[in-house]
Design a protein around this ligand. Structure first.
Ligand code: NAP
Length: 254
């Protein structure tokens, strides 16, 4: 009897949309998918940064297209995804943090964070799923959620609320779309140094908090997310849906 063959982690022939591709975790995810063979659509609001990134892809012989998009604008998300899709893979890394004690949080901040992290994520995921369903194709949809989707965090009531909610719609969509072979999962990183976390890392008290909580003794690098995203996007995870992959250095272990 021959040995079982490990499933492929390659993404050749797959079309992948990465929202929030111009910076931080999304940029690394886009690179990971491109390096695994996918044709990548780079989405964010700033066209300049996307154009620069597409040039970096081309310089490495990778295929990328630029798709300027405001994920918080539901109508334009639906129009763009319908025009350019269907996409076999979605990675949504567009996200916002406006941290404050709950007693001081403004309605403006609540709405801005919710509009992107929750409402935008919901409708983007649905738009990509709709394109797949209409084409009768399977797919893998991944939201970059957070370890803060599983625990609470200092000054993070709104951020945590939106990320817990992403876990909720992920599970419900996975139930609804499983029969169509459309998988829906999240990746939940711990603290990673990006423009989003600059203010947190500039605060020595917060750095002490982070160092105490991460059991593996170091903060995340964007490269730590690259293996996770290729796994979830590829056939290597073909029976994985409705769940989250924590890349948190053990933060949530206790
Ligand atoms: N860094 C961490 O420690 C960490 C940990 C856990 C989870 N996360 C999550 O990971 C995701 C990415 O975070 P990051 O640290 O990589 O942040 P980042 O470096 O600030 O990148 C955010 C990306 O999202 C895009 N974006 C922002 N608003 C957008 C909008 N309305 N429409 C489309 N794109 C938009 C930005 O480009 P434009 O401004 O040009 O649109 C940028 O490409 C977020 O969801 C965040 O909550 C981060």
């Amino acid at each position: 009897m021959s040995l079982p063959r490990a499933p492929s982690f390659r993404l050749d022939g797959r079309r992948a949309l990465v929202a929030g591709a111009s910076s931080g975790i999304g940029r690394a995810c886009a690179a990971a998918l491109g390096q695994a063979g996918a044709e990548v659509w780079l989405a964010a609001r700033s066209r300049d940064k996307l154009d620069a990134l597409a040039e970096e892809f081309a310089a490495e012989g990778l295929t990328a297209h630029v798709l300027p998009l405001d994920v918080a604008d539901v109508a334009s998300v639906e129009a763009s995804v319908s025009a350019e899709g269907p996409f076999d893979v979605l990675v949504n890394s567009a996200g916002l943090a406006r941290h404050s004690p709950a007693l001081e949080t403004t309605e403006t901040d609540f709405d801005a964070v919710s509009d992107l992290n929750l409402k935008g994520a919901f409708f983007l995921t649905r738009a990509v799923a709709r394109g797949l369903a209409q084409a009768g194709k399977p797919g893998s949809l991944i939201n970059i959620s957070s370890q803060m989707a599983h625990v609470g965090g200092i000054d993070r009531a709104v951020y945590c609320a939106t990320k817990h909610a992403v876990e909720g719609f992920t599970k419900s969509m996975a139930i609804e779309w499983g029969p169509k072979r459309i998988r829906v999962n999240t990746i939940c990183p711990t603290f990673v140094r990006t423009p989003l976390t600059e203010a947190t890392f500039a605060n020595p008290e917060r750095v002490r908090w982070i160092e105490e909580k991460i059991k593996l003794g170091r903060v995340g690098e964007v490269e730590d997310i690259m293996g996770a995203v290729v796994y979830l996007a590829s056939d290597a995870s073909s029976l994985v849906t409705g769940t989250s992959l924590l890349v948190d250095g053990g933060w949530t272990a206790d």
